[in-house]
Design a protein around this ligand. Sequence first.
Ligand code: DX5
Ligand code: ZN
Length: 218
Amino acid sequence: AKPVIIAPSILASDFAKLGEEVRAIEAAGADWVHVDVMDGHFVPNITIGPDVVKALRPHAKIPFDVHLMIAPADPYIEAFVAAGADYVSVHPEAGPHLNRTLKQIRKLGAKAGVVFNPSTDPSVIQWMMDEVDLILVMSINPGFGGQTFMHSQLRKIEALRKMIDAEGRDIPLEVDGGVTPETAPLCIAAGATALVAGTAVFRGGPERYAANIAALRG
Ligand code: DX5
Ligand code: ZN
């Protein structure tokens, strides 16, 4: 099996030192940088926009995995891709035409991801698997870091693993929310190949990042 992809969420980092934090997680062995974009409308919190992504991009070489928790998402995709996003992931609820949104992301030159809230049925992508470069399962309700992993989502990860394998596709299946050294093995056993972690990576400060990332790999 391929090694699991670890994508630290900078939501849990020190926002006063974002450039340093991104450099530190790359040096500590992170595979991707997970960027949580929130608009205070789709989710009850506000974070960062494309200008911050652009400012951070020169600080690391690893891919930027941009998770849009904004509605509408379409008008902002171009700015995030121009800012250096490698993956752009959207929630199906963020717009009326998911297929069109995913095509737009690809056309702009980024990889297109779909994110499922805990209550969202993932069958919405069943007729468009060719359009999808990344699937992200939320194991918390989006909006905040530090929440408790919802074990109910393990069955959704299993179902999506079956869908991906049935199509013979090789796309990352990522999990976001409450991922810790305790819950990471459950996600991996269910078929996840990428793990987002905020609290579990950034706790303890920079001298802990490498050990924290290694602990998630199991
Ligand atoms: C929440 C975000 C997550 C969050 C995860 O809406 O999508 O990426 O940062 O934080 P932890 O790992 O602390 O649950
Ligand atoms: Zn996220």
